[in-house]
Design a binder for this molecule. Structure first.
Ligand SMILES: [Zn+2]
Length: 193
């Protein structure tokens, strides 16, 4: 069921220019005529805080002990969500391609963790962040994102909450009508930073 909050959020994303049209290659390798540039919608701290409050309001599980987000995309919404829950915020980052905890961050055994992201695209960075937490003995109790654009049927393995479900077109490169029209391909993500 679509709520007023979702309609307003969709309109806000549109007004921020955060719903881009063009020819994009996603971290999955698939091509899409649409891309959600969440950073543009999160540039307003009050709006980011509002989104985080809504994520918290929609959460039906236990209270987390901390919020963990993969950098760079998850930093802003993760931090605001930690503020909403009144808990600490830590982030993972890639070192030689592998997701890890740096900067003196550590996790207590059994600590209840929610992974918070800007966008669920394939779920890869969410899963890698969850593995990083699990390897350190923490308990991942769920995941949250502002936008969920995962392919239908490819859900995450843990309870999850998203504010906006986007069913955006996805094409394999060999069947991509935008490639056929020779439109320049844009790689907008932060996976390789
Ligand atoms: Zn293409």
């Amino acid at each position: 069921m679509q709520t007023n909050f979702e309609e307003e959020l969709r309109a806000y994303f549109g007004a921020c220019g955060a719903l881009l049209r063009g020819h994009f290659i996603l971290s999955s390798g698939l091509h899409s005529p649409e891309y959600a540039q969440c950073a543009l919608a999160l540039k307003n701290p009050a709006k980011a805080a509002e989104m985080a409050m809504e994520l918290k309001a929609r959460w039906r599980g236990q209270k987390p002990d901390l919020i963990l987000s993969p950098a760079v995309g998850g930093l802003i919404i993760g931090h605001e969500t930690a503020r909403a829950f009144g808990v600490d915020f830590l982030f993972t980052e890639r070192e030689n391609g592998a997701m890890t905890l740096r900067r003196g961050f550590s996790l207590k055994k059994g600590a209840k963790v929610i992974i918070v992201e800007d966008v669920f695209t394939t779920g890869k960075s969410t899963r890698e962040t969850a593995e990083t937490a699990a390897e350190r003995g923490a308990a991942v109790i769920g995941a949250m994102s502002v936008i969920n654009r995962m392919e239908t049927g490819k859900e995450l393995e843990f309870p999850s909450v998203s504010l906006l479900r986007l069913d955006l077109a996805l094409y394999r490169p060999e069947n991509c009508p935008l490639c056929a029209r020779k439109l320049p391909l844009v790689k907008p993500g932060s996976r390789n930073i």
